[in-house]
Design a binder for this molecule. Structure first.
Ligand code: FAD
Length: 408
């Protein structure tokens, strides 16, 4: 039984069948339609480049053909761990032998007066994206609150659609949780070149609407008023772990799991955005919000459920698309204390290598896929990467470095 029919839930069901699991598989969802991918929702979907049918992870016939039962629009509301039964909002009760929680995350609510006005939206689901797309069609002034992955992708898409765009970020730099300072600076410069007004270290204090209750203006700290007929809040997400918490499972910014994705109950597992797990690539437990992580968890949990040895943990990686930039991040770069830039930021093709001490922990690449792949291979192999001093040399080539034999 899998709760949550998003990326991790759907991939878990498919991975179970790929491994030859013949028992019943039920995917309990709360959204309409078959499982879909979220990445296009902040990119091409907003400008009409992708239609809802193009988002499906697999054709609807796949689930039927593989004996996977989909129950949509009926969220799970209670787990009876002693009786191994799940209760849905409709009152339906479903027994389980093993339960996989793949409940994802939800947008952090915007703590600002006026957040409930029409035209103030967050982005997580297809429904959210459709509402933004409808508004974007005639929006002149778009305000993005939060300069993270989703906020910046929405800013880039809105700019491409011709709107005037302002990004307000409370922190001192863009994407501070995800990328290094040099990459933040590059992204801020690039968005500004594309005509986005990027405000750092600033906060929206209130949103004001017209008589019809539609948002028109944002007030910033310091009293500035910014026109805003579409506001997209991208201020992070909260993991959906209330079902797990109510069932007495250990939670703490995510459902806590071990390296086999088992919760504190041996019959219950958690995967994807909702899971906080140990990784060989970073100290402590991590909670990652990425497609790659959802797919990786799905494969691992399917192996565990089938009694097989799970595949070794893959190097975490992420991507984002903004304008013609493809940003790829390999490894967990949080906590790095030194960086080296390879390539040419001015030409829009470069990488930032991130080090903890002398050790390479990850690479952020813009339009340099070879560096991205080389870093993944390097981290996976456990071979020592380049020292910061090597990487700082002009003309340093990470791919060539990884081709020369490295002592393990
Ligand atoms: P989700 O896909 O969120 O699925 C969880 C599902 O569980 C949802 O359908 C939810 O409604 C449902 N659910 C919750 N509670 C219950 C319940 N009680 N009962 C039943 N169902 C429940 N990642 C990348 O790597 N690259 C990108 O470019 C990228 N772009 C993104 C753009 C957007 C707009 C968004 C929102 C995310 C993006 N991501 C991207 C992140 C990626 O989509 C997520 O990491 C991934 O979807 C996580 O999968 P998941 O299954 O854990 O969560």
């Amino acid at each position: 039984m899998i709760v949550g029919a998003g990326q991790a839930g759907a991939e878990t069901a498919a991975a179970l069948r790929d491994r030859g699991f013949t028992g019943p598989v039920t995917l309990v969802g709360d959204e309409p339609g078959p499982p879909y991918g979220r990445p296009p929702l902040s990119k091409d979907y907003l400008t009409g480049g992708v239609e809802p049918g193009g988002l499906a992870l697999r054709p609807p016939s796949y689930y039927r053909d593989h004996g996977i039962t989909l129950t949509g629009r009926d969220p799970a509301v209670e787990i009876d761990r002693d009786g191994q039964r799940l209760t849905l909002a409709s009152g339906r009760e479903l027994p389980y032998a093993a339960l996989v929680l793949a409940t994802g995350a939800r947008p952090r609510p915007l703590p600002v007066p006026g957040a409930g006005l029409a035209g103030v939206l967050a982005l997580r689901s297809l429904e959210d994206a459709t509402a933004i797309r409808d508004r974007l069609a005639d929006a002149r002034d778009v305000l993005v609150i939060g300069g993270g992955f989703i906020g910046l992708e929405v800013a880039a898409t809105a700019r491409r659609s011709g709107a005037r765009v302002t990004v307000v970020e409370a922190g001192p730099r863009l994407m501070a949780r995800a990328v290094s300072a040099p990459m933040s600076a590059f992204l801020a410069g690039h968005h500004r070149e594309q005509g986005v007004r990027v405000l750092l270290g600033r906060e929206v204090t209130a949103l004001r609407g017209d008589a019809a209750g539609r948002c028109r203006v944002a007030e910033l700290d310091g009293g500035e008023r910014v026109p805003a007929d579409l506001v997209v809040a991208g201020i992070g997400v909260l993991p959906n772990c209330s079902l797990a918490a109510a069932a007495g499972l250990a939670v703490g910014d995510g459902v806590l799991v071990d390296d086999r994705l088992r919760t504190s109950d041996r019959a219950v597992y958690a995967v994807g955005d909702c899971a906080r797990f140990p990784s060989p690539y970073a100290p402590g437990r991590l909670r990652l919000e990425s497609v790659r992580n959802a797919v990786e968890h799905a494969r691992r949990v399917a192996a565990v459920l089938c009694g097989d040895t799970p595949p070794p943990a893959a190097v975490p990686w992420f991507w984002s698309e903004q304008y013609a930039l493809r940003l790829q991040i390999a490894g967990i770069t949080q906590g790095h204390d030194r960086t080296a830039v390879a390539g040419d930021p001015a030409a829009g093709r470069f990488s930032v290598l991130c080090f903890r001490g002398e050790r390479l922990v990850g690479t952020e690449s813009v339009n340099r896929p070879a560096d991205h792949m080389a870093t993944r291979r390097l981290l996976e192999s456990g071979a020592p990467g380049p020292a910061p001093a090597d990487a700082e040399r002009p003309g340093f080539d990470l791919k060539a470095f990884t081709r020369s034999p490295q002592p393990v």
